[in-house]
Design a protein. Structure first.
Length: 133
């Protein structure tokens, strides 16, 4: 292959490679997400956050007692649901689960401070973190 043809094809190969890696990475990410359909009909027995708190209590010699009472979502007044959503995630109705503006602002502040100084998580991200991470 002559040099001129190689120069023309090289960017195309790079773009094709990046596109392939991007598609593959997206597919791996999508298919590795946990199945959460069961949460429509049943409450979780435990969460990653509860298990973390149990371990903390055990480590400090304290007894851990889970105090919770599940209430059907329909029993919670609509105004309270909206108030909690807005308090926890001020732009809840303006994004699809990730508030990119807040996430960027958090990353910038954390990098500037050199530590975790500001969170930018939405309710969706908090739920995922507390259930699974």
């Amino acid at each position: 292959m002559n040099l001129k043809l190689k120069q023309i094809l090289r960017p195309k190969y790079i773009l094709l490679s990046l596109l392939t890696v991007g598609i593959f990475s997206t597919a791996v990410f999508y298919f590795s997400l946990p199945d959460v359909d069961y949460l429509k009909n049943e409450n979780p027995k435990t969460t990653a956050l509860i298990e973390f708190r149990k371990a903390q209590a055990k480590e400090s010699g304290r007894k851990f007692r889970l105090r919770q009472k599940w209430v059907r979502f329909q029993q919670i007044p609509d105004l309270l649901k909206k108030a909690v959503r807005i308090t926890e995630d001020s732009d809840f109705y303006g994004h699809d689960g990730i508030d990119w503006t807040e996430l960027q602002a958090s990353i910038e502040k954390n990098l500037k401070k050199g530590q975790l100084a500001r969170g930018g998580s939405t309710i969706s991200q908090q739920l995922a973190k507390n259930l699974f991470l």
